[in-house]
Design a protein around this ligand. Structure first.
Ligand SMILES: Cc1cc2nc3c(=O)[nH]c(=O)nc-3n(C[C@H](O)[C@H](O)[C@H](O)COP(=O)(O)OP(=O)(O)OC[C@H]3O[C@@H](n4cnc5c(N)ncnc54)[C@H](O)[C@@H]3O)c2cc1C
Length: 429
């Protein structure tokens, strides 16, 4: 097995594809009886060793679909293995949609929420904040329900839980009525974007931007709800920009810069120069997602929104002065704070800064330098992306970490779901 990025590989002794909750429960009971460990995989899009195990791996790929929909409340309960693109279609048929999403849609809903996956938009929390109830099979083989109103303490732990409380089997989402978004991508001067950041976030439902390293160029993406406009057909310019430029041509540039590292700056400038303006209108579940065919490694940190500009200025200075062997754009997104115990956005409105390195290059010198900057400002990593956190760091960064560990120990006293990686990350005793 390997994850999407190919940086983590493992050989489970057994891979199970249960098709029902009862089958999931049986696997857990049998593993507990045989004193075997279990890890759960969604789509394997995390960059860290969260799914790695030499023992039993469970995939819910054959456990997808809608369980129920309450149209009046605009709520839907779905099987936890449901992939986001399928989920989008299922909800759309019910006249509903997720209020926000990240920039790909191939992850499973359980995998998505378990690492605190997020999109952008200052009024929206991580995707886990759209979950109002969930059910899991814990390490004792018990089926446990929790929600905003029932067993709330556990719910706050389970909303982002890295697969260490149990196997999530179903998720209830608070959706909103289906809507259309008008997306606009533009090339703009970085200085203008930074100067007007507050206004850009205030006047757009979803706003984010990429900075092309070593240049003065930003590529901005804004989207807003439109009522009347008809959905576009995929036109040639959108296709050219989103598929050809962002994937095939970009891959050629990545290969070139890998062979000739001295050309990173030139490649970044070419990338900045080739950004084209895109405008399109479509139903939301088709707008958020993009295709990501070029393999990379990623580190992403959450920093307090109030510190964002200072952090980003340091990032620019460090990148420009150190001339790392990189050229991938650096992404900035904006997310509302929440009250989920292990959420990087816990207790603070946040900005997320993501840095990427082509998979064939060494990412460590660059990630180490930027991680030091993020950590200086109380940065908390995205749980699915590369980081060097230790249990002591987590204690410092997460005021409710001890409560989370209490819930973990209560749900899985025999550490059925604890792998060597999770032991090292969470310091589970
Ligand atoms: C190309 C690319 C683009 C990305 N874009 C974004 C983005 O826009 N925003 C963002 O925030 N992140 C993004 N990510 C990160 C990604 O969303 C997260 O890593 C996410 O967790 C992956 O979902 P998955 O289904 O692949 O889960 P996996 O990586 O397979 O698993 C993630 C965690 O969930 C646990 N898990 C999975 N299923 C269950 C279950 N049923 N019960 C309990 N635990 C479970 C696993 O054990 C693991 O701990 C991106 C990653 C890639 C590779």
């Amino acid at each position: 097995m390997k994850n999407w990025a190919g940086n983590i590989t493992w050989t489970p002794s057994e891979i199970a594809y249960p098709t029902s909750e009862a089958a999931i429960q049986q696997i857990v009971l049998k593993a507990a009886n045989d004193r075997k460990k279990i890890r759960i995989i969604g789509t394997g899009h995390s960059f860290t060793a969260l799914c790695q195990t030499e023992e039993i791996l469970i995939s819910l790929d054959k456990f997808q679909g809608l369980i129920s929909a309450e149209k009046e409340k605009v709520q839907a309960t779905v099987k936890a293995g449901t992939k986001l693109n399928y989920l989008g279609e299922l909800l759309f048929k019910e006249g509903m949609a997720m209020e926000n999403l990240g920039d790909i849609d191939v992850q499973s809903i359980a995998g998505t929420i378990s690492t605190g996956t997020h999109g952008t938009g200052k009024n929206f929390g991580t995707i886990s904040t759209q979950v109002i109830a969930l059910r899991l099979v814990n390490g004792k083989g018990e089926i446990v329900d929790c929600s905003e109103t029932n067993n709330r303490e556990l719910f706050k732990a389970a909303q982002i839980s890295l697969g260490v409380l149990g196997i999530i089997t179903q998720v209830t989402l608070q959706c909103i009525p289906a809507y259309k978004l008008a997306l606009q991508n533009r090339k703009e001067p970085l200085a203008t974007v930074l100067e007007n950041l507050k206004e850009r976030n205030a006047s757009n439902r979803n706003f984010e931007f990429y900075w092309m390293p070593y240049t003065k160029t930003a590529w901005t993406k804004s989207s807003n709800i439109v009522e009347a406009a008809e959905p576009d057909k995929v036109n040639f310019f959108n296709y050219w920009s989103e598929y050809v430029l962002e994937n095939y041509l970009f891959k050629l540039l990545c290969e070139y810069a890998t062979l000739f590292p001295s050309k990173n700056i030139a490649v970044s400038k070419i990338t900045a120069g080739s950004v084209t303006d895109v405008k399109k209108v479509y139903y939301s579940h088709k707008i958020y997602a993009t295709q990501r065919m070029v393999k990379f490694r990623e580190m992403e940190y959450n920093v307090p929104r109030a510190a964002y500009k200072d952090v980003f200025k340091e990032v620019i200075k460090t990148v420009n002065s150190k001339k790392f062997n990189i050229h991938f754009p650096i992404e900035s997104r904006f997310v509302k704070g929440d009250d989920i115990l292990m959420s990087p956005a816990y207790g603070r409105d946040s900005a997320y800064i993501a840095c990427h390195v082509y998979a064939k290059k060494d990412c460590r010198p660059y990630f180490n330098a930027l991680e030091a900057i993020f950590r200086n400002y109380g940065g908390r990593p995205h749980w699915g992306k590369m980081n060097t956190l230790t249990p002591n760091d987590i204690i410092d960064l997460y005021p409710e970490f001890t409560t989370f560990r209490k819930h973990r120990a209560a749900q899985d006293p025999d550490k059925l779901f604890i792998s060597p990686y999770l032991q090292q990350l969470l310091g589970v005793m």
